[in-house]
Design a protein around this ligand. Sequence first.
Ligand code: IMP
Length: 206
Amino acid sequence: MNMQEQTKKIIVATGNEGKMKEIREILRGENILFSSLRDEGLLDVEIVEDGKSFEENAVIKARKISDLTGQMVLADDSGLEVDYLDKAPGIYSARYLGEDTPYSIKNQHIIDLLDGVADEKRTARFVCVIACAFPDGRTITCRGTIEGRIGYEEKGTNGFGYDPIFYVPEFGCTTSELSPEEKNKVSHRGKALVAMYQELRREKVL
Ligand code: IMP
């Protein structure tokens, strides 16, 4: 990194401090100051995520905050796709069975729906789409995925959400059993964010 380079501020359209922590960790050392909606005093802005895809929802969030601030804004949308359930919960992952329902219940529900389903039909993936909205009205998106299978019981105490039932055959464990550093290296969010970073470098925005 060139020490002469100025620190660049990027607003991330999320109020989720867990996501902010992951993003800062993944792009650590890149001279970028990531500022959350909380940092910007914009936590109360109402954003209606009524898109039909991860891409549409990520763009809705990034565009809304870019229009409000006149700055370049990143936003992500992510979720779990279970092939046997026709890719549910998908874009509804956070709202699945109710926003405030504990993940122990959501996870057990998915395990129950897959009762008796053989290993090779338990395929699933985490998807993350990062959108970047520019003040001139342009948007770009990058997608990252990690492939796995739905487990038979919750395992692990790291991570969040559906991590305890997301078994990755390659690692022989769930993403909830990986350390945060290990997960960031292989996760959907890590891959999408690195792809976006490379795209912004190519465009000489960073
Ligand atoms: P979003 O905040 O609208 O992107 O919703 C993402 C939802 O997808 C989360 O609330 C989780 O339910 C699920 N999800 C996304 N990424 C992960 C992950 O890395 N581990 C576990 N669950 C995840």
